[in-house]
Design a protein around this ligand. Structure first.
Ligand code: ZN
Ligand code: ZN
Length: 367
């Protein structure tokens, strides 16, 4: 389906990564986090390393991906070449040769295991290994129009899938059955996968923000938290709605109304130049005022893109500032142990004209 989506600017990404080398204090970067490899080259396989130097970009993969890597890099236009090493020893030789003369080689501190770090010491004997943080992730925060189109397509599929399956709640399915139907409906509409295992948490289960769908039957007149998303051409969507089949009663309604107001306040706060922490505060103030501040137990949101949770974080402790092309969630929630919970979440893109919600499913409590 993504033939119909607008093109992404993959070719410009390796040069932009290079522009960050001086600040990071490196002459080259070994990219090992696969979402970053994909971002920089278009390669979607499960095994690859990308070495970027001032004059070279070399993707090293194994024999399984010989054709795929060549095809995907040709299609993306990324200025990178490919070499295949069928053994790890061969791959290390290829990379060592390409890194010759690099005095300070950056590694991705959040992606390299201890074992890898020890191995890389042997692979690159002439280089000082330097920990870099968020070098590629910072670039990934700003989505180009093609990336936004992919997130939007994933959001549209999620909206459509929920429209299709929500009436099934009246039949009192188990949480697990409902989650499965939702997943099927998204894949049926062209999603390549779910972006995470759907959360379907009914009644008291809703008090756990990341409850796993159980065999519990979803009853009428109780809150059901549904948090789910899918993937289109690598890009994720994320949305939460909290609903009830029939009136859940005044206490639940007050809880739901408060979270909705909080979510609207957070969405309205999203704008270019606004600190992520301020968006969190906008949500948190509404819930604090209602007396449930202690029960809003997580950050307000997160970036969404090639990963379901990525930068920028939207939380009280976050240091980032929103910019054009950032895609973030706004998802306040209140969780009352033994009673239940409410969370409402949209995926939002920051534009010059203000925040635009990519998830558009209506917010109605009662089904
Ligand atoms: Zn979510
Ligand atoms: Zn989320």
């Amino acid at each position: 389906m993504h033939e119909t989506l607008s093109a992404m600017d993959v070719a410009g990404r390796i040069p932009r990564a290079r522009e960050r080398f001086a600040d990071a204090g490196v002459a080259g970067l070994l990219v090992t986090r696969l979402p970053n490899v994909r971002y920089l080259t278009g390669f979607t396989g499960s095994a690859a390393m990308l070495l970027i130097t001032a004059s070279d970009a070399l993707l090293v993969t194994d024999g399984r991906y010989k054709d795929q890597s060549a095809e995907q890099i040709a299609a993306s236009g990324a200025p990178a070449r490919v070499e295949v090493g069928t053994t790890q020893t061969r791959q290390s030789e290829i990379l060592r040769e390409a890194a010759a003369g690099i005095d300070r080689l950056g590694l991705e501190a959040h992606g390299v295991t201890w074992a890898q770090q020890r191995a890389f010491g042997d692979w690159f004997p002439g280089a000082e290994l330097v920990a870099t943080e968020h070098l590629v992730e910072d670039l990934r925060m700003v989505k180009d129009p093609g990336e936004v189109a992919r997130v939007q397509a994933a959001c549209a599929i999620a909206d459509d899938a929920l429209t299709d399956v929500l009436p099934m709640l009246r039949d009192q399915p188990s949480e697990r059955d409902f989650a499965l139907r939702l997943e099927f409906a998204m894949r049926e509409r062209g999603a390549s996968a779910v972006s995470f295992d759907p959360i379907v948490a009914s009644g008291p289960n809703g008090a756990k923000p990341h409850a796993r769908p159980s065999d519990r039957k979803i009853a009428p007149n109780e809150l059901v938290v549904i948090d789910f998303g899918c993937i289109v051409d690598g890009y994720c969507s994320d949305m939460t709605r909290t609903v009830s089949v029939g009136d859940p009663g005044p206490d639940a309604r007050r809880l739901w109304d408060t979270v909705l107001l909080s979510q609207q306040a957070g969405r309205n706060a999203v704008a270019i130049g606004v600190e992520c922490a301020a968006v969190d505060k906008a949500c948190r103030d509404v819930i604090d005022d209602a007396g449930w501040g202690e029960e809003f137990v997580h950050g307000t949101g997160h970036g969404v893109g090639l990963e379901i949770h990525e930068d920028p974080r939207v939380a009280a402790s976050a240091s980032g500032t929103l910019a054009t092309g950032h895609v973030v969630t706004v998802e306040p929630g209140v969780y009352l142990p033994g009673v239940g919970g409410v969370r409402i979440e949209d995926t939002v893109v920051v534009t010059a004209d203000g925040p635009v919600a990519l998830t558009e499913f209506p917010k109605d409590l009662v089904l």
